[in-house]
Design a protein around this ligand. Structure first.
Ligand SMILES: [Zn+2]
Length: 166
C-alpha cells in the first residue's frame, strides 16, 4: 500500500487535501504550521481523515541522523525533516511503499541514501487543489477558511463552495 509522508511545505501547499492517498506526518510538522490559511488546510485534512499524525520511533531517527552525517547533510537538514524521513523508514519496515513529499534538497539527498523515494511538491500539480469558502445564501456573508456552519450575521445555514486555488 502506497502512503505519502509530508514535510511542512507539502502541508502548506494544500496537497494534503487533493491527493487520495493516505498521508502522514510527524507532530513536529504540525507545530511549524502557524498562519490562518495553513492551519485551516491542516485542520480540514485532519478532520476529514486525509492526514494522520504519527511520530517515528527513536531507532529510525537515529538511522536518519547517521545517514545525514554520512552524506554531509547533517548541518542543513532540519529536525522536522529528520523525523519525516524516519517516519517514512518506519512505514517501509511495516510494508508500506512510503514516498516523501518534499522540495528540500537535503531531505531528498538523505532519503536517496536510505533508499526512500521522494516526490517534488512542485511536480505534483497543485492545480488540482481547491480552497473552500462559505457563503450565506440569505444575506451574502462570505468567509474564507471558515469553521462556521451557520451565518454569524443572520443565522442562516451557510453553503460551502469551491474556490479555484491561485
Ligand atoms: Zn447570513
Amino acid at each position: 500500500m502506497k502512503v505519502l509522508v509530508c514535510d511542512t511545505a507539502a502541508i502548506l501547499s494544500g496537497l494534503v487535501l487533493s491527493s487520495s492517498l493516505k498521508k502522514l506526518c510527524p507532530s513536529s510538522v504540525i507545530s511549524e504550521v502557524k498562519d490562518l490559511k495553513s492551519v485551516w488546510i491542516l485542520e480540514t485534512a485532519l478532520k476529514s481523515g486525509k492526514l494522520e499524525v504519527r511520530d517515528p520511533k527513536q531507532k529510525y531517527v537515529s538511522t536518519v541522523i547517521g545517514a545525514a552525517k554520512a552524506t554531509g547533510d547533517i548541518l542543513s537538514i532540519s529536525k522536522t525533516d529528520i523525523e519525516v524521513l524516519a517516519l517514512a523508514l518506519e512505514l517501509m519496515e511495516e510494508g508500506y511503499e512510503a514516498i516523501i513529499l518534499t522540495d528540500d534538497y537535503s531531505l531528498q539527498n538523505v532519503s536517496a541514501k536510505l533508499g526512500v523515494k521522494t516526490k517534488s511538491i512542485k511536480t505534483m500539480g497543485i492545480r488540482g487543489f481547491f480552497e473552500y469558502e462559505v457563503v450565506c445564501p440569505a444575506c451574502g456573508f462570505r468567509e474564507e477558511y471558515s469553521y462556521n456552519t451557520h451565518c454569524p450575521r443572520c443565522g442562516h445555514r451557510l453553503l460551502k463552495r469551491r474556490k479555484k486555488y491561485s
